[in-house]
Design a protein around this ligand. Structure first.
Ligand SMILES: [Zn+2]
Length: 54
């Protein structure tokens, strides 16, 4: 579970835009780039290489 503070400052690596947090799947989603960022042990993996397209 990510903290609100973290969610407020975190941005998409690619477009620097806001991310949506999917609590159920525990991923961060950029709807603009259509990328999914994984969250491992409450630490988002913001590496573009690790992000998945959808
Ligand atoms: Zn983006």
């Amino acid at each position: 579970m990510l903290s609100k503070q973290l969610l407020d400052v975190i941005a998409c690596t690619k477009c620097k835009g806001d991310l949506d947090y999917d609590k159920k799947r525990n991923i961060l989603v950029c709807s603009k780039c259509r990328l999914k960022y994984k969250v491992l042990k409450d630490i988002p993996d913001m590496m573009l290489e690790d992000a998945e397209k959808f």
